[in-house]
Ligand binder design. Structure first.
Ligand SMILES: Cc1cc2nc3c(=O)[nH]c(=O)nc-3n(C[C@H](O)[C@H](O)[C@H](O)COP(=O)(O)OP(=O)(O)OC[C@H]3O[C@@H](n4cnc5c(N)ncnc54)[C@H](O)[C@@H]3O)c2cc1C
Length: 326
């Protein structure tokens, strides 16, 4: 359903709605896929997952920051989160979004912020994953990671299989810890596969290459077909369990998360938290229209109805005016 996908992607990029959502707190069902708005709440969620043998990667929500002051605040919150993970003896590492730390403002400014974060994590032997965002930020994110790697080696990144260059990047960064995903943003057909089958094929090809050649692979998907394929492939190729892990997002396919951990696979849940949940949540709705079930009647109040109504009208008008121009 490409129209629904486009609709939710457009919503995820709407700054007005993002600001409004931050004021209202966790709404629209986001509380089932966002582990709270503050550090004590996220630590509690991590501890609960740890008790089932699941480790976590923690994302202090926020992205596409345009003011230096916001990026500095985000850096401070992430450092506080690292300290809290350490103090509480939680089994977790950190995922950062470079755009939240100023990558679109100034590379050197972002580098300084990221160095402080990675340096703090390094004291505690904690890994830091650089999440990948939209295409324009992919190469700058690789550059950032390579520059930080000159000082610290506790860094890794994400390969988005929908990009034509994904295999080439996997080969180039095989000495890093890599998370392989399908890709969550709307990208141009000049740089990325658009067809689901093409993306799935590339995803499998890259995962297999990574399992055979890379330092450590995180296979991040909710797709049971891919997970079953990986299990079989690892068995046939004698890939030991300590060379890879499965990852899923907090709140999704909880039974399968527990089952994989029980079966003895390394399992890591991506745990997002914070007030800036809106863009993240809309991308989850874009990925799988059935996730709209998360938007339950109980939380559907007048304000959220109005927000979605305004958004739907803006989207339809936007499409109509685009069509007129074409
Ligand atoms: C841990 C993690 C980290 C990520 N980090 C990034 C990142 O840094 N950058 C980025 O661009 N993207 C990231 N993503 C998002 C990713 O790129 C995909 O957009 C997202 O995972 C959806 O693709 P999928 O592989 O899960 O399966 P999909 O293609 O969405 O689904 C495939 C099939 O799996 C089944 N399925 C999927 N979800 C469910 C469900 N909830 N319940 C039941 N069945 C289901 C259905 O049969 C579906 O048809 C991340 C994803 C995860 C899990």
């Amino acid at each position: 359903m490409p129209v629904l996908r486009d609709f939710f992607i457009a919503l995820s990029e709407n700054q007005f709605l993002n600001n409004a959502a931050q004021k209202y707190g966790l709404k629209l069902g986001a509380q089932s896929v966002v582990a709270g708005t503050n550090i004590p709440e996220v630590i509690e969620s991590i501890k609960e997952l740890n008790s089932h043998g699941i480790s976590c990667t923690v994302d202090n929500l926020g992205e596409f920051v345009s003011e230096k002051s916001e990026a500095i605040l985000a850096k401070e919150r992430i450092i506080e989160t690292i300290e809290a993970i350490h103090e509480n003896g939680a089994d977790a590492h950190i995922s950062i979004k470079p755009s939240q730390l100023g990558l679109e403002i100034d590379f050197d400014f972002c580098y300084e912020n990221v160095m402080e974060i990675v340096g703090t994590a390094n004291k505690y032997n904690m890994h830091v994953n650089f999440d990948q965002e939209t295409y324009n930020l992919v190469q700058p994110t690789f550059n950032l990671m390579e520059k930080v790697r000159e000082t610290y080696d506790n860094v890794g990144t994400v390969i988005q299989a929908y990009f034509f260059n994904a295999k080439e990047w996997t080969e180039k960064y095989k000495d890093y810890r890599l998370r392989i995903v399908k890709g969550a943003y709307k990208e141009s057909p000049t740089v990325a596969f658009q067809d689901k089958d093409d993306i799935d094929l590339n995803f499998i090809e890259i995962i297999e290459y990574s399992l055979l050649n890379c330092k450590f692979t995180s296979i991040a998907t909710h797709d049971h077909n891919v997970i079953n394929h990986v299990k079989q492939f690892a068995k046939e190729n004698n890939i030991p369990n300590d060379k890879f892990e499965f990852q899923m997002l907090y709140g999704f396919r909880k039974d399968m998360q527990l089952e994989l951990a029980k079966e003895g696979y390394n399992f890591c849940t991506y745990v997002p938290f914070g007030n800036d949940w809106y863009g993240y949540f809309m991308r989850r709705l874009a990925e799988r229209p059935q996730n709209i079930n998360l938007v339950t009647k109980q939380v559907f109040n007048k304000k959220t109805n109005t927000m979605l109504g305004v958004a739907a009208a803006a989207f339809v008008l936007g499409r109509l005016s685009k069509r007129k121009k074409e």
